[in-house]
Each structure stands twice: as C-alpha cells, then as structure tokens.
Write a protein that binds this ligand. Structure first.
Ligand code: ASP
Length: 295
C-alpha cells in the first residue's frame, strides 16, 4: 500500500487542561505515542486497523479517559462506551456502559459481525466474556482520588477517538470514553451513538465534550449528511459550531473528508480539542497547530 492518500487524526478529549490528571506535555506525548505506530498500521493494514490501533493505545494510557483511566461514575464504578464505523459496509457497532474490560473499542469491533451491533451494560459485558475478552479493572489511583474528592470536572472533558483515510479511500471513525465523571449510572453518552461517531465514504467524525450537547445537535451524522449534500467540510463545521455556541453547547470534534481535509473545531474558545494528525505532508498536534484547524 502506498501512502499518498493516507491520513490519520486522533484526539484525547477536550478541555481547559487544568492538569489534574496530567500536564499538557504528557497529553501531547501520549497522543504522539499513539499516532506514530497507528500511522504505520494505516499504511500497512488500512483505515479500520489504524483506528483500532490508535484507540487501543489511548485506552491503555491511564491519562486518557477511556479504558484504563476512565472516570468513575457517581456510584464509584467505571462504565465505558465505544463505537466505530467505516465506509466498507457502513455498519455502526458499539458498546454502551460496558465494564471490566480493557479495550471497549475491541468489543465494539467484534459486534460488527453479530446480528445486533450495539449492546449495553451487563449484556455487553457478558458478550465480551463469551468472546474471550478477559476481566480487567480499569480504575486507576488518580481517578479514584479524583472521584473521592468529588471533582465534577465540568469544564474538562476526556474521551479518545480516531479518524483515518487509507490508500483505497476507505474511511473509518472510532470513539471510546469513560464518560463525564460523577454521572448518574445509566446515563448514555454520545460516543456510542451516531451523534458522536460516524463515517461513510465521504468522511468521518469523532466528537468529544458534553454528550448531551453532542446528541442535541446530532453532530457526527449531521457532518456526514451535509457532506453528501455537497457542502464543504469547513462550512459545515463553522455552521455547527456557531449553532453550538448559540445554544451554549460545549463540545469539539475531529473530522476528515474523502479529499483528505482535516477539521478540528470546538464550540467555545475555552475548549480546545487535544489532537494529533499525520499524513505524507503534515504532522501537527494541538500544541503546534491552531485550535480551530482546517487543512
Ligand atoms: N462525550 C463524552 C460523554 O459525554 C465525554 C467526553 O467526550 O469527554 O460521555
């Protein structure tokens, strides 16, 4: 596989970088460590493998709020959500509020081949066990201390995501989250919904921020459906963020279109998406690039 067309963009959530769990530099390094091996996977194995690789690495890095290091819910338990979709068969598959697994994104991937593509709670976890995903406790000491201090983290979101375009023009998007922290058990986030994660042959999107707000605007699916209407990615993102700002919504996203344009945007200046991106001619991250980026 050549590498002319290949693009990969990943994110580690959005927020004000208050540095409670990690510093800005640690987030930057964490994203770089996921970007480079996953870009190699993109060149060798294509878009879906690259998205899975990137998200698994971010789920394993305890500074990110996904997999190991997920935030605790109000009852002191971790419940995680993840989903992915690609342009090969346009099947959205995901898990909602799964627990005690290391890689929610891998369980989401496994559901692509099942009759039901989206499972939640106990049944999602039982499915994972049946498929051989072993028990894994994702709670870290820093998250436990954060929970005990009852930090609301209202202004600091976490989640991880990736969008890739490969040499064959296949697009894949994926998202994995531990939620917003201190939420009521039973809350459903945007990440394993078409508002938070969506891809088809025209592009892909992964969102981060307040799930309720992302769902209100059906963000990811809306981006792709407007691309189908021939609206340029830049116009779509500007419109969505303007609407979001007018509704006092707090979210951001990473996106790619089939022509290889990258887009990173958020609804407010105070919210910056922690992203890193790479193709044959660009390599940028949130410390070197502009906050609102369209390439
Ligand atoms: N969107 C996620 C949620 O609402 C959180 C995040 O992106 O930080 O659960």
């Amino acid at each position: 596989m050549g590498n002319g067309k290949c693009k990969l963009i990943i994110h580690g959530g959005a927020g004000r970088l208050e540095g409670k769990v990690a510093t800005k530099e640690q987030y930057r390094v964490g994203l770089q460590e996921a970007l480079h091996p996953s870009f190699e996977t993109l060149l060798q194995e294509g878009a879906r493998a690259a998205v899975l690789h990137a998200i698994r690495l971010l789920e394993s890095d305890p500074i990110f709020n996904a997999g190991t290091g997920s935030k605790l819910q109000r009852d002191g338990r971790v419940r995680m959500s993840a989903a992915l979709m690609d342009s090969v068969d346009s099947i959205f598959s995901g898990v909602i509020n799964i627990y005690d697994v290391e890689h929610p994104i891998s369980v989401a991937d496994s559901l692509r081949g099942e009759v039901h593509h989206l499972l939640s709670g106990n049944e999602a976890t039982e499915y994972a066990r049946r498929k051989g995903f072993p028990f894994h406790d994702p709670i870290t000491m820093s998250r436990f201390i954060e929970y005990r201090k009852a930090l609301k983290n209202r202004e600091k979101f976490g989640t991880v995501g990736a969008v890739a375009l490969d040499e064959d023009g296949i697009v894949c998007a994926g998202t994995s989250t531990g939620g917003i922290g201190n939420e009521t058990p039973g809350r459903v986030s945007d990440s394993a919904s078409v508002a938070g994660t969506y891809a088809d042959e025209l592009g892909g999107v992964s969102c981060t921020g307040k799930g309720e707000h992302i769902i209100n605007q059906a963000v990811a699916a809306q981006v792709i459906y407007r691309l189908r209407d021939g609206v340029p990615l830049k116009t779509i993102l500007l419109d969505l963020m303007k609407e979001g700002a007018s509704r006092n919504h707090e979210f951001g996203l990473i996106s790619l279109d089939k022509n290889g344009r990258f887009g990173v945007r958020s609804t407010k200046n105070s919210i910056s998406v922690l992203y890193a991106l790479k193709d044959a001619s660009h390599e940028l991250d949130f410390t070197t690039g502009r906050r609102n980026l369209i390439l």
